[in-house]
Every structure is written in structure tokens, then in C-alpha cells.
Design a protein around this ligand. Structure first.
Ligand SMILES: C[S@@+](CC[C@H](N)C(=O)[O-])C[C@H]1O[C@@H](n2cnc3c(N)ncnc32)[C@H](O)[C@@H]1O
Length: 229
């Protein structure tokens, strides 16, 4: 007999897929993660220590191959950026781009964004959060795996500074509606496009692999932009 319940299995918003990793991406992981990676420590991040300077911080969740994050870092040398992804070939690609661009104001973490934001990001320490084309988990029985749910949305809001912005994009209409409902229901966030409205495409959002895929399939893209009050 035991008096403790087995630990609850965490519902993940991803499945680990290794895909094909090229020798160059593998080399980037080995050689560049020590430079761009975030040290594993059992405490919250101190941005000043992490970046060696004080600047606004933008964080992208699920950056895929890192096209958007690399272009953002190039366009905003006066910001610091954190990228979270679990797909190793994509992390390798971003690391290659960062080294080629000599971008030293980006840090990369290969772990579950839900846990990372909960455990390592200090409340009100982010100026922007970007989530582009999160896995749609389109079957109804998988909707529980979707990233944008009430509990995680609360964490996103709490990690933003007042005035900070949450940008999302998806090419799944019913996920766009779910995002809208979850975020508009949450106190402390204001829809920048006006209640119930999707936002115009932000100028920083360059087409990524998953947007191109959606376009090929004839999907419309929905942007959402919220500000923390
Ligand atoms: C559909 S892809 C979109 C990638 C990219 N944003 C784009 O537009 O091309 C979603 C990505 O989110 C990542 N992802 C999903 N859940 C995650 C989590 N909890 N933490 C970190 N990355 C996650 C997946 O590994 C995947 O690469």
C-alpha cells in the first residue's frame, strides 16, 4: 500500500520528433549551444546576468527553424531575445544563423516552454512574447494539447511587463477562435485590434516554414495582438 498517488502525467503541447539532423546542425548544437544556450540552474533567470546588459526582452515560443527569431534579432539589436524550442534540427538551424549574423543578444533553450516560463521566467520581465503557428492539434481528442489554454495564458500574461505585447498567429480557424476566447476572457490583457477582432499582420512577422505550408494548403492566417495593462 502506498499513501501517495503516482505523479500526474504532464500533457505536452509537442511530441519529440528528431527529423533529419544534418552534420552541420549537429555541429552547431555541439559548438554553439555553450555560447547561446541558457545555463541549467534551479532558479529564475536574471536577465542582466544572462545578457550582460539591460534591454527590453522578447521571447519566442516554438520558433521552429528560427527564421522569425533570426530576422527579429537582426532588426532589433537594441533588444535581447530568448527562443524556446524542442526540435533539435530547428535549434541547430537557428544557431547557425545567429553565428553567421554575429548576434550575441539571443539566448536559446531546448526545453518545454510551459515549464520554462513557469519555473525560470520572473514575473513582469518580458516586453514581448511571440507564438507563431503553434501546433494546431486539430483532432478534438487532442485539443487538450494545445498551447493556448487558460492556465498557460495566465502565465504568459504574468510574465509580461505592463505594456508588454503578446503576438500570436495561426492558420487554423478554430484554434484562432479558441485563442481569441481564452485571451479576451483573461483579465489584464487588451486586444489591440478591438474586442473580438483579429489584428493586421505585424511588420516583424516574416513568412515561416509553417506559414508557407498553410498557404500551400489554402489556409487563411489569423493574427492576434494583445497588450498587458
Ligand atoms: C507548427 S511548428 C511552428 C514553428 C514556427 N513557429 C513556424 O512558424 O515555422 C510548432 C513548433 O512549436 C514547438 N513546440 C510545441 N510545443 C512546445 C513547447 N511546449 N515548448 C517548446 N517548443 C514547443 C514544436 O517543436 C514546433 O517546432
Amino acid at each position: 500500500m502506498t499513501d501517495s498517488l503516482p505523479p500526474q502525467r504532464q500533457i505536452r503541447s509537442f511530441v519529440r520528433r528528431e527529423g533529419r539532423i544534418t552534420p552541420a546542425q549537429m555541429q552547431a548544437l555541439e559548438q554553439l549551444l555553450p555560447r547561446y544556450g541558457i545555463p541549467a540552474q534551479p532558479r529564475q533567470l536574471d536577465m542582466l546576468t544572462l545578457f550582460g546588459r539591460s534591454a527590453p526582452v522578447g521571447l519566442e515560443i516554438g520558433f521552429g527553424n528560427g527564421e522569425h527569431l533570426a530576422s527579429l534579432a537582426l532588426a532589433r539589436p537594441d533588444w535581447n531575445f530568448i527562443g524556446l524550442e524542442v526540435y533539435r534540427p530547428g535549434i541547430g538551424k537557428l544557431l547557425q544563423a545567429l553565428a553567421a549574423q554575429h548576434c550575441d543578444h539571443v539566448r536559446v533553450e531546448s526545453s518545454d516552454a510551459q515549464e520554462f516560463l513557469r519555473d525560470r521566467i520572473v514575473a513582469e520581465s518580458l516586453d514581448a512574447i511571440y507564438i507563431q503557428f503553434p501546433d494546431p492539434w486539430h483532432k478534438k481528442k487532442h485539443h487538450k494539447r494545445r498551447l493556448i489554454q487558460a492556465a498557460f495564458a495566465e502565465i504568459l500574461r504574468d510574465r509580461l511587463r505592463p505594456g508588454g505585447e503578446l503576438q500570436l498567429a495561426t492558420d487554423w480557424a478554430d484554434y484562432a477562435e479558441q485563442m481569441m476566447e481564452v485571451l479576451e476572457t483573461l483579465p489584464g490583457l487588451r486586444n489591440l485590434a478591438g474586442k473580438g477582432n483579429f489584428a493586421p499582420r505585424p511588420e516583424n512577422r516574416i513568412p515561416t516554414k509553417f506559414e508557407r505550408r498553410g498557404t500551400r494548403l489554402g489556409h487563411a492566417v489569423f493574427d492576434l495582438a494583445f497588450r498587458k495593462e
